[in-house]
Design a protein around this ligand. Structure first.
Ligand SMILES: Nc1ncnc2c1ncn2[C@@H]1O[C@H](COP(=O)(O)OP(=O)(O)O)[C@@H](O)[C@H]1O
Ligand SMILES: [Mg+2]
Length: 361
């Protein structure tokens, strides 16, 4: 089921003069393709949950429309939209067994849709097998680990075969290992069911690793939409460039002059055909190549060994962060008392942003 958002906007009024009105979602237009897993990504407070709540019907938009396929669902109540919802806290019924929890959404089906006990059991088993908890059906939620509880919540969201599956930070309560494992599971479940899924997270790595498309938001506005690799390789502005990637992109106060990119007194890269202007120079950690003859000179701080790669930590008077982190091959050799480190730069790992607008040049 494709999901179409048309100028979707949500404003919350302030509670007092000091508490200003917030535009939590600001004219969001996009057509989410059928059967894909969409990562909705952005820092805390950027409007991710509000967007999801608008799609599920828990919130009503101030402006704009929502379509599932060709059907306008903007005025439909949540229960009529056919969405499956999973939140960060699993919100299972503590006094019900796993099976009863999964069956719950099926119990109140009316009329022709009403199911027999056997049919409900069969559907619950099917959903449970999908998330691999079918051996735990008799247990109560408190007898399950966090990861298992979240699987029950996912099974419950899937049991009615939703038109759209909406997941709001579903992995945030899990420990690091389980989070990694569960996100792979989610990807598998989404592939197997083919349900259009919107997955909200503030964790860029999580979104990048499992999404077909990512939507990067900030302050209610969509900044970029694309395949994870494309957004990483071609960020449209400084915010997106900084939000994606670990370690973070290194940003320098620089300029374009006479067809070259300057950082301080050094021309570090060609910028033939680009007009003179002041820029932020963003360099991905993997964009540095140590080279004694290289044009970019930094002050050596230390080298951290990571096995296959090493991380060279250096500084520069024009850097904007605390230090420069570059990831280079462990075949490079550094002297223990080395004061300086010189680099060549990979042009496709260097992005230039306008000083004022912070848009890509
Ligand atoms: N019910 C509400 N009333 C007033 N403001 C709200 C309400 N819900 C969310 N907000 C505000 O809207 C903005 C976006 O919130 P939210 O969608 O929860 O962000 P996210 O999920 O990305 O962390 C925040 O500034 C938040 O304070
Ligand atoms: Mg949220």
């Amino acid at each position: 089921m494709k999901v179409v958002l048309e100028n979707l906007t949500k404003r919350f009024p302030g509670r007092s003069k000091k508490d200003e009105a917030v535009t939590a979602v600001d004219h969001f237009s996009f057509e989410i393709p059928d059967g894909q897993l969409i990562g909705l990504l952005g820092p805390s407070g950027c409007g991710k949950s509000t967007t999801l709540n608008l799609i599920s019907g828990l919130e009503t938009p101030t402006e704009g429309k929502i379509f599932f396929g060709d059907e306008d669902v903007t005025d439909l109540p949540p229960e009529a939209r056919g969405v499956g919802l999973v939140f960060q806290n699993y919100a299972l019924y503590p006094h019900l067994t796993v099976e009863e929890n999964i069956i719950f959404p099926l119990e109140n089906l009316k009329g022709a849709k009403k199911l027999t006990k056997e049919a409900m059991h069969e559907k619950a088993m099917e959903a449970a097998r999908l998330v691999q908890i079918d051996t735990l059906m008799e247990r109560k939620p408190k007898e399950l680990s966090g990861g298992q509880q979240q699987r029950v919540a996912i099974a419950r969201a899937l049991v009615k075969i939703p038109r759209v599956l909406l997941l709001d930070e579903p992995l945030s309560n899990l420990d690091a290992r389980l989070r990694l494992q569960t996100r792979e599971e989610l990807r598998r479940i989404q592939r197997e069911t083919g349900v259009t899924t919107i997955f909200v997270t503030h964790d860029q790595e999580e979104a990048m690793s499992i999404s077909d498309l990512i939507i990067v938001m900030k302050s209610g506005k969509v900044h970029q939409i694309g395949k994870p690799q494309d957004v990483y390789d071609e960020p449209t502005n400084l915010f997106v460039a900084q939000f994606l990637g670990t370690p973070q992109i290194n940003v320098f106060d620089g300029a374009i002059r006479n067809g070259k990119v300057w950082i301080g007194k050094e021309a570090v890269l060609d910028a033939a055909g680009k007009a003179d202007r002041d820029v932020w120079v963003g360099i991905r950690p993997e964009g540095f190549i140590p080279d004694p003859e290289g044009p970019f000179t930094c002050k050596m701080d230390r080298v951290e060994v990571m096995g296959r790669d090493v991380s060279v930590i250096s500084t520069h008077e024009k850097m904007t962060g605390k230090c420069i982190r570059s990831i280079v091959s462990s075949e490079n050799r550094f002297a223990p008392d080395q004061k300086e480190v010189r680099f060549r730069l990979k042009p496709y790992k260097v992005f230039l942003f306008d000083k004022e607008s912070e848009e890509r040049v």
